[in-house]
Design a protein around this ligand. Structure first.
Ligand SMILES: *Cc1c(COP(=O)(O)O)cnc(C)c1O
Length: 400
């Protein structure tokens, strides 16, 4: 018996059974569906990309996995080198793990230990954003702020070490003024808060955050598990404002295998690097640096570079605006577009009830939740396919 994610098993509608997937399409026994979700935003090159399939097969002929304790291998060395060169600034030190949630946990652990390694045990408070989503493990639930996902957390009471603020510069300045000597780090999903409702905010907030973090010696963590690899129209938001620690996941492997990385800058790495063995980072997921995952991640990045994905993303954003800017409906609160992401926020969740099946009948796979009808498409999508997704959204409001 399968226990499905985020579902009340008693009332959930049966999931669609996928028997084949290729390009932007998911195939059931009798339907071909355009995937508007990219399997939780990870499958940026589409399904069954020949280059990515080949990367896995080539590595599989050598070995699938060896642990990273006392061992290393070429795929992880090449991927770490590539990330070091490709990521901005001195984000050079790659700690791999098996999921985005774990990579966020690692980032928070790094930030905490960075200060305790210097005998500073006062800096234990974490500044985070309202409506944040950073994963489903315990510490990520604490830094997250989403009662719809994590109301279970309330059973333990709110964490005293986490403060949540809105994405307003004034709130940011007030929080630093009030807590600065106790603040350990500020963690954000930069520019786009994804699972918490596809909320978008201005770069000026992040620029001010960087200044305040410098001024008060607070570490800045970007959780780019959702925003990384072009989703916001920036390669990484870290290209615009440089964090101390960057977390990548989801699209890292082109959505082929669950893998993630926590990348530290020089300053953070130096906080661990000395003769005292107790200053080491004590973490080591069993499947970190999986050779198949590293091989496919390296090829995914190569494709991203060689095939000029940033211009593909810009074209997607242009089409989103062209099709949606003049569209409105009294039931729609707001339509938000950024890069290759669109969200239609409605006033009540009931308004979207039945949409998934409606989309299915129109040849689109969609998965609205709460008040959010959204698309995060694979970047290889053709114009007519993207237009079909958007026309289906509009048709839902126009039918009644
Ligand atoms: C999905 C997501 C995570 C969690 O990643 P998993 O691989 O599901 O553990 C963390 N942060 C953000 C911003 C995400 O979108």
């Amino acid at each position: 018996m399968i226990w499905y994610p985020y579902e009340q098993m008693k009332t959930m509608s049966p999931p669609y059974k996928i028997i084949h997937a290729e390009g932007v399409y998911l195939y059931t026994k009798d339907k071909k569906l355009i995937d508007s979700i990219s399997s939780w935003w990870s499958v940026i090159h589409g399904y069954q990309h020949p280059v990515l399939n080949q990367a896995i097969q080539t590595q599989l002929a050598k070995f699938a996995h060896v642990m990273l304790g006392s061992l290393t291998h070429e795929p992880i060395e090449k991927l770490a080198d590539k990330l070091q060169n490709w990521l901005p600034g001195d984000l050079d030190y790659c700690f791999f793990s098996d999921s985005g949630s774990v990579a966020v946990e690692v980032a928070l652990k790094m930030a905490l230990q960075y200060y305790t390694n210097q005998n500073d045990t006062n800096r234990t408070m974490i500044l985070a954003l309202e409506n944040a989503y950073h994963g489903d493990t315990f510490k990520t639930m604490e830094v997250g702020d989403d009662d719809d996902y994590h109301f279970i957390c309330n059973a333990y009471g709110k964490s005293k070490s986490v403060i949540h603020i809105p994405t307003q510069i004034e709130a940011l300045e007030n929080a630093f003024a009030k807590y600065h000597t106790k603040l350990n780090c500020l963690i954000v999903e930069p520019l786009l808060q994804a699972a918490g409702g596809f909320r978008m905010y201005d770069i000026s907030f992040l620029k001010r955050a960087r200044e305040l973090c410098n001024q008060y010696g607070v570490l800045l963590i970007f959780d780019e598990v959702a925003t990384g690899f072009g989703r916001t129209g920036n390669r990484f938001v870290a290209d615009c404002v440089l964090p101390d620690i960057l977390v990548l996941g989801k699209a890292l492997t082109g959505g082929y295998i669950g893998h993630a990385v926590t990348v530290a800058n020089h300053k953070v790495y130096q906080g661990f690097y000395d003769d005292d063995s107790s200053h080491a980072l004590m973490h080591g997921p069993t499947f970190m640096g999986n050779a198949l995952a590293c091989s496919v991640a390296l090829q995914s990045i190569t494709l991203f570079e060689q095939q000029n994905y940033m211009s593909k993303i810009w074209e997607i954003e242009t089409i989103l605006h062209r099709e949606m800017d003049s569209f409105s409906d009294p039931r729609i609160k707001e339509i938000r577009i950024l890069g290759a992401c669109i969200c239609i926020e409605v006033y009540h969740a009931d308004i979207l009830k039945g949409y998934q099946q409606f989309a299915y009948e129109h040849g689109v796979f969609s998965r609205p939740f709460l008040k959010y009808l959204y698309a995060m498409v694979p970047y290889i999508i053709e114009e007519h396919e993207l237009v079909t997704i958007l026309h289906t959204m509009k048709a839902w409001f126009q039918q009644t």
